[in-house]
Design a binder for this molecule. Structure first.
Ligand SMILES: Cc1cc2nc3c(=O)[nH]c(=O)nc-3n(C[C@H](O)[C@H](O)[C@H](O)COP(=O)(O)OP(=O)(O)OC[C@H]3O[C@@H](n4cnc5c(N)ncnc54)[C@H](O)[C@@H]3O)c2cc1C
Length: 532
């Protein structure tokens, strides 16, 4: 790291009293990092190229319908509460979050529905009906899930909530990994406890929520079963955007700055240190620490395209397994508030040939003939997301990311693919839907690439595979440069709101504390120098 007396200020900049941190990106990773660093005593500046904060968790309002573009399911709200508490605030005073019941409905191709909820006896009653012989195995599986959660994510210092940039930290947990059979896939793990195909699906599909192939990602993802069961599945009133807005307010009221509509073009370096950023306008901004919440390939091979890489070269990152992409169809329907009474907040329509479908998407890179769909209908819980009597929906289909050489041209097939999705919806869940739609907005892999600069248009960055996790994943403390840190879905521990929040929590462990104003002053020994 450069000594603080080095000449690293740019033209027009003033000396800062506090250590300065620049954060590239105002997704949930960047926002939670900003909250942590403001609280730690840093002068924080956040830059995002979008018009709003929240990144993938932002929303768009159209014809009176609020379309939440990303996260719809909040798990582990206590981790958000902890973040707010450390900043001296009670989250619940700022945001209304509501526990859902049921959490979601799984609708299978034979029209059977399995409802997942936190009510153990209700769920076991369902199992007794459709898979009575699996009850014992289910209970054993849930005990494993609890052990996985306790080991990997239950508290600060657990594997998923502590820095993993030293190889030794990963090596020393390998025996626990072996005991928990982390070498198996989450599907294989479920299948070793229960025989019923519906139950196997119910216990193992969760990685799809964060971009992972349930037939290949580590069984540690089975922990989601326990955490959902124990702590619940929640909805954020006003959508994830409302949470992001409140986080931004908190950052500003703590003295941090957030600049939107501003693209960072370059991370400026000197010797082996990151010393600042350059914006699209050409303006240069110095910082003692740079935290990137941007896509990995964007960070390492665009923003740092001028540097030779030690580890994360373009080819190396390209060769990693990237999460799938998504086709997301948002629509508002007219006068349907009292229609489709059996359709709740979250429904998963499981396709008839689920294993083949996942294989097509993740391995072959083709569009499956028959699709599973996730249907979000927030208007049953939150009346603010649609005009009175109307409904707001989003329907999500997993599709291959853009790394595959195939003939999928999303510009050409967007409309026909939507018709295919409509067909499934009308047949299986929402009869007469086509006639009720009054407004719509579609996102294809091209939008993920364009809007979030997401490599290969992936929905969730690197897939959370075992050998792309912990030490194997790009580190929170960059391997490439001193003073550069990573937060968000691409770094440890991985995608999903609890994961990206944990990546910011980890900054707390790896960036120095600034305790009082005397120290702040002592820290600030730089000269105001006009230089590039
Ligand atoms: C459709 C969908 C549904 C999901 N559902 C759930 C769910 O229900 N529950 C859950 O927990 N998770 C869910 N996820 C996952 C979760 O949303 C993500 O893992 C998480 O939001 C990622 O946050 P992030 O901060 O890592 O990245 P992002 O949200 O992508 O934020 C990165 C930000 O950086 C900005 N940026 C990038 N490059 C630059 C640059 N050069 N200059 C300036 N700004 C830049 C981008 O504009 C963006 O705002 C979902 C994701 C998607 C896509």
């Amino acid at each position: 790291m450069l000594k603080k007396t080095d000449e690293t200020y740019f033209e027009g900049e003033k000396e800062s009293e506090k250590p300065t941190a620049v954060i590239i990106g105002a997704g949930f990773g960047g926002l939670s990092a900003a909250m942590v660093l403001c609280e730690k005593g840093y002068h924080v500046r956040v830059f995002d190229r979008l018009q709003t904060v929240g990144g993938r968790g932002s929303s768009k309002t159209q014809d009176g319908h609020r379309f939440d573009l990303g996260p719809t399911i909040l798990t582990l709200p206590k981790n958000f509460e902890e973040l707010w508490k450390r900043c001296g605030e009670d989250l619940n005073k700022h945001i209304k979050i509501e526990k859902l019941n049921p959490y979601y409905d799984l609708r299978f191709d034979d029209n059977n529905v399995v409802s997942i909820s936190g009510n153990k006896s209700e769920f076991e009653d369902q199992i007794k009906k459709f898979a009575p012989n699996d009850l014992k195995g289910y209970r054993q599986f849930m005990r494993l899930s609890e052990r996985q959660y306790n080991f990997a994510f239950s508290k600060k210092g657990s594997m998923g909530r502590s820095p993993m940039h030293r190889l030794w930290d990963t090596l020393k947990v390998l025996p626990r990994f072996a005991l928990l059979r982390a070498d198996r896939s989450v599907y294989k793990s479920a299948a070793s406890y229960v025989t019923n195909s519906k139950l196997r699906f119910a216990l193992s599909f969760h990685p799809l929520f964060v971009g992972g192939n349930p037939f290949t990602v580590t069984s540690m993802w089975g922990l989601v079963n326990y955490l959902e069961h124990k702590f619940g599945v929640y909805y954020i009133h006003g959508g994830a955007q409302a949470m992001a807005n409140k986080m931004a307010e908190k950052i500003r009221s703590s003295g941090g700055q957030i600049k939107l509509n501003t693209t960072v073009e370059k991370i400026l370096t000197k010797e082996n240190s990151a010393i600042g950023i350059q914006l699209g306008s050409g303006e240069k901004i110095s910082a003692d620490y740079i935290v990137s919440n941007a896509d990995l390939q964007n960070t390492y091979n665009s923003l740092l395209g001028h540097r030779k890489k030690k580890r994360w070269t373009k080819n190396k990152l390209d060769s990693k397994k990237w999460s799938m992409s998504l086709f997301v169809w948002h629509f508002g329907t007219s006068k349907t508030g009292s229609k489709w009474k059996n359709v709740g907040h979250h429904t998963i329509l499981v396709g008839p040939n689920y294993k083949k479908e996942v294989n097509d998407i993740f391995i072959k890179g083709t569009l499956p003939q028959e699709m599973s769909l996730y249907v979000h209908r927030p208007s049953v819980t939150d009346k603010t997301c649609a005009p009175k009597g109307d409904d707001t929906f989003y329907v999500l289909a997993c599709v291959p990311n853009l790394s595959f050489k195939n003939d999928i041209d999303w510009q050409k097939i967007e409309k026909s693919y939507k018709e295919k999705v409509l067909n499934v919806l009308e047949r299986r869940l929402l009869p007469g839907l086509g006639r009720s739609i009054k407004t719509e907005y579609i996102m294809t892999p091209l939008d993920f690439k364009e809007r979030y600069l997401s490599h290969f248009g992936s929905g969730f960055s690197l897939e959370p595979q075992m050998f792309q996790s912990a030490w194997f994943r790009p580190h929170n403390r960059s391997e490439e440069l001193d003073n550069l840190f990573l937060v968000g879905a691409g770094t440890h521990p991985g995608p999903g709101l609890p994961g990206v929040l944990a990546s910011a929590e980890i900054l707390d462990d790896i960036l120095p504390e600034v305790k009082n104003s005397a120290e702040e002053k002592a820290y600030s020994t730089k000269k105001n120098i006009v230089q590039v």
